[in-house]
Structure formats: C-alpha cells, structure tokens
Design a protein. Structure first.
Lengths: 339, 339
C-alpha cells in the first residue's frame, strides 16, 4: 500500500489554528514537538524510519494541546509541561501502533500502518520503543509524582484495551461495560493530560480535579464520535480504515442501543450479519442502514453532546482567559472532529 | 497445544537452592514475589488468567535474584530492593511475551506461549500491561533515579531487539554487531539489576560500577549459552521452542564464527540451507553438524567462559560474605544453565 502525503500535517493545522487564537500555545506546541523528536532520535537508520513514519499518525495533537492549554488556563506554564506534553503524545502514538496490530488496520491518517508496511514484529517493537522512551522522558522530569500519575493512567488505558479485547464477539455487551472500556482506553489519557497541566501550574486540588474531569468528559465524547464515524464516516475524509470495530466484533454505542430496543427477530438478524464472514464487505453499509432507524444515531450524538456540556461546566472553576476560551471551544471541536 | 506442568516451578527450585546456601536470600525472593503478584492483581478474570499464565514463563528469576543478592553482598537490603526486584522481573516477563510474538514461538518453559494459546492480540496487550505495571511499581518507590535508570535500560533493551529484528536475514552479520545486540537485549537488564542492588545498598560509586559490569558480563555469557542451546539443545530439557533463531534467520555466534572462517563454497552452502524454507525441519540438525566441526562450538563456550571470568573479577571489590559467595557461584551456574 502506498502512503499518501497530506498537504498540511495535523500538527501544522493545529499549530496554525491555535496561533490565530492565542500565539503562546502554538509556541508551546512547537517546544513539545522539539522534545518529542529529540527524545526519539536514533542512531539506527531503520529505527529512525519507523519513528518518523509513526509521527505521521499523531494527527492533531489532542493530548499535548490539552495539557499545554490547561497549564496556561491555570495560570502558568513551566518547562515540565512541555516535557509531559511530549510524554502523553508518545504514549498515545505507542498505543496507536499497537492498536493497529490488534485491529489489523491498513491505513491510519492517510498512511499505511506500521504492521502493513513493515510487519507485526516491527509494530510490536516500535510500540515498546515509544513506550519506554515515554517513561524515560517522564522520569527525566525529576518528578516522581508525574511518573506515578502517568504510569497509573497507562495501566488503566491497557486495562480498558484488554477488557475491550476480552469482550470482542460479545454481542450482548452492555452500555455500562462500553463506558467502562472507553473511560480506560481513551478518556484516562485525556483526563491525565488536563490534570497534569493544572497540577504543575500549581493549581488548588479542586481545580486539578475539575480539569481531570474536563479531560475525561472530553475524551468520552471524543470516543463516542470516533465510534459513530467507524460506522458513518468516509475513509477518504477520516484517513483511516473504517468498519474495523464491526469486523473485529466490537460493539459500539449505536449497535448496543439498537440491540437493546430491537425485537428478538431484529436482534438475531443483526447478530447474524455481524458474525457472517461472507458479508464482511457489505456489513458496514447494512449496519449503517439499520442503526440509522429509530433516531439511534441522533441519540448517540446527543450523548456525546451531554459529555461535551459536562466538560464545559468543569471549566467554570477557572478565571476567564484566552486559554480558557480555547478549552471551551475545544469541546465543540471534538464533536465537529476538528480534533 | 496443551500445557505441561513442571513438577517444581523455576522459582521454587531457585528458592530452595538459595535457602540451602543462605536463608535470607530465599526470604527476599519471596518478598519480591509477593509484590509482583499484588501489583498485577486484576479484577478482570481474563486479565488475571493471562497474568497467571505468563508467571509460568518467569523461570528461575535470574534478574531479581541478581538484584537481591547484590544488595546483600553490598551490605544492606531495604524494602526498595524487593520492589525493584519485582520491577526487573516484570519487565523481563513483558519482553518474553512480546519476544514470543516476534519469534512465533510455540512453547516457553514447558507451557504454550500466550500468542499460541490466546493469539497475538492478547500477547501484545499482556506485554504492554506488564510493562506499564512495571513502571508504575518503579514510580511508587518514590525514587526518580530508579525510574530513570530502569527506563534508560529498557530503552537499550528495545534498541537491541530492534537492531536484531533489522539484521534478521543478514547472513553477513559481524561478531561486533552480534555483541552490540546482546549487550542491549539481554545484558542491559542484568547489568541494571546488579547496579540497582548495589546503588540502593548505598555502595560507593566504584562498587556500583563494578556490580553493573558484573551483571553485564554475566548477561553476555548467559546469552551466548542460550544461543548455543538454540542449536545444540533438547526441547524436552530446555522447555522451549528451539531452532527459532535459525528459522527467523538470526545469526548467532557459532554461525557467525563458522561463516567467518569458511571457504566461499562452504559459506554459500550454509547460507542456502539457512534461506531454503523447504528444509526448515532438518535445518537445525544440518547446522548443528556443520558448526560442530573445527572446534567452533568449543570456541564459543570458551568465549562464554571468558565473560564469566570477567564477571568473577568484578566481584573483587566486595568484602567476603555468604552473598558474595553466591554471586561468585552464579557465574558458574550461568554456564551450566542452572539459571
């Protein structure tokens, strides 16, 4: 599979947009980027090639941006914020590289996945390499608390991933388990990003808590939208393999809600569609048609919006500032997928 | 593939042997084991099953034993030593689980590998889970220096693994590159184990350096013996898939030395044997015959012994003690593969 080059990288899009809103954030993001690249510099050309390729998956830098803007909104940015922003992005990239092995995904951000281009072996190793460098960078901040916080968060991310893997093929997955899974695999890292931003800006404990909740609510909304796009989206726009949740028998919110209200016959028909390997190519289209009935899609968008509203309320503890305004607008961006 | 149960686990063998030599070490090892199990306790039954299964791969606990005995030999053991001993064992187990994916290995320590029993996906996730818990435990010691040391070591382990992966199929691999690879993938973790033992026993810097060198030399000897067994060993005794280095076109010391002294015709014949997939079943036997000529095997054992001798010399900085005597006897154990 050949790689397609973006006209403008996700990082550059985010940087330009933020620079227009509030210049210091764009500069913070550049400082984080510099640390990211310098930590991962390798003298082995093959390793460097994999690292460079994986950098293309990073996209719009949601997690470091969250950490840096929260720090600004909480009244003070310090060098440790730039380092920790690079750490959370590195952990996120590692999890994408390993996720693509699990999902047998072919394309991510318009580029071939590592597993497709260089094989599963290289993808396992590259993910581990990114992981260990993230912890090394965290340790080099000299803050044990940062190390503890980040390692606890990654434990939860992986517990979420393992629970998701375990429930693959479980067509009776409940909404409550679905939310447990996405709280771990997605929302824990956005929560810790905003929390670290606030903590190292020397915020009061209740502000740190509110910012963690903001990140968590934002992450949950983000994942619901991501799951909706897996069914509804267009591969050319999203730039990644779609329908992989369906192919891997991972139930997401629209299907869970459809099955919860369907008649036994309707449920049986969708379940047989899910498990029938002969229909894998037409599956996504058929599922799209089914869940588009009865207002289920609208209902899921509404749930995403509820989390976005909750995230906006979490910001009320903060004084007004340009950075706070950006955090507020990010809640909308998540639903519109500007992030 | 069914799992075969050992009469006596590797841990129990090591514990009994050490208890006979010097009781406190056996107690240290039990304390480490308790921390290991408690850190990895999961409320998700599937996760716990994978963790329990992977515990069977741990074998004879070379790395935690090294750390704990070095601490005793350097004059003082503290609770942080037990925690760090669990950390190095967790990192080692994570690397075994991921290694088995890379090697497509079927059996480890007489048990089916995770990838064979539960698939590559579970193996990727379990390795990551063990990794993140290792870093969490390291961070919870409260020592940033321990976190830095451990994360730097894991970076080097993974650089070694990636370099090995890159050089797969390179039938002109030099001895110098081979040693670079094993210094990373194996000897870095044994070096850091002995180094941490000495450092947290509040040893002088030159003692810490000597203990690191001891661990490094021991690790290199261990890997050379491991590579020899991949060609010469018996699967029933070693309890793991053998010949995987050959199948994966990874050159090890005996072959590197054979090729370096072979005539062009002999070299071409061995290289064609290596790359001919039709002969994979008889390959190991044929390679064994070839490298058993010209004293090459003896020569490799001699090199392993040279590293063992160097390791024994590194111990000269220590005062005599029962723990020092055990460190000294471990150098012999490595060559005899009691470890």
């Amino acid at each position: 599979m050949s790689s397609v080059t973006n006209d403008l990288s996700g990082m550059e899009q985010t940087r330009r947009r933020l620079a227009a809103l509030y210049l210091p954030i764009a500069e913070d993001l550049e400082a984080c980027e510099k640390i990211y690249r310098s930590e991962l510099k390798s003298s082995v050309p093959f390793v460097q090639r994999l690292v460079d390729h994986a950098a293309r998956f990073q996209g719009k830098r949601l997690r470091p941006t969250l950490l840096l803007i929260t720090a600004r909104a909480c009244g003070g940015i310090r060098p440790i914020h730039h380092q920790l922003a690079a750490v959370v992005e590195m952990i996120h990239t590692a999890s994408l590289v390993h996720d693509d092995i699990l999902d047998e995904a072919m394309v991510r951000r318009h580029a071939a996945t590592i597993n497709v281009e260089w094989g599963n072996e290289s993808a396992v190793l590259l993910g581990d390499y990114l992981f260990t460098h993230a912890f090394h960078l965290a340790a080099s901040t000299g803050s044990t608390l940062a190390c503890q916080w980040i390692s606890r968060a990654t434990n939860r991310v992986w517990e979420g991933e393992m629970a998701q893997n375990y429930h693959r093929g479980d067509l009776d997955l409940t909404e409550s388990t679905y939310f447990d899974i996405i709280r771990g695999k997605t929302a824990e890292l956005t929560a810790v990003s905003a929390g670290l931003g606030a903590y190292f800006a020397e915020s009061e404990p209740q502000v740190v808590d509110s910012m963690e909740s903001y990140g968590r609510n934002l992450g949950i909304a983000f994942q619901i939208v991501d799951d909706l796009l897996d069914i509804l989206g267009d591969e050319r726009n999203t730039g990644k393999s779609l329908g992989t949740d369906l192919d891997k028998l991972k139930l997401t919110l629209p299907l869970i809600r459809y099955l919860a209200q369907a008649s036994p016959d309707e449920a049986a028909s969708v379940k047989s569609l899910m498990t029938d390997t002969d229909h894998s190519t037409s599956r996504r289209k058929a599922i799209k048609t089914v869940v588009s009935q009865d207002g289920i899609i609208d209902d899921c968008w509404r749930t995403a919006r509820d989390y976005v509203d909750a995230a906006r309320q979490n910001l009320e503890v903060l004084e007004d500032s340009p950075a706070k305004a950006i955090l507020s607008s990010m809640t909308e961006d998540v639903v519109k997928r500007a992030f």
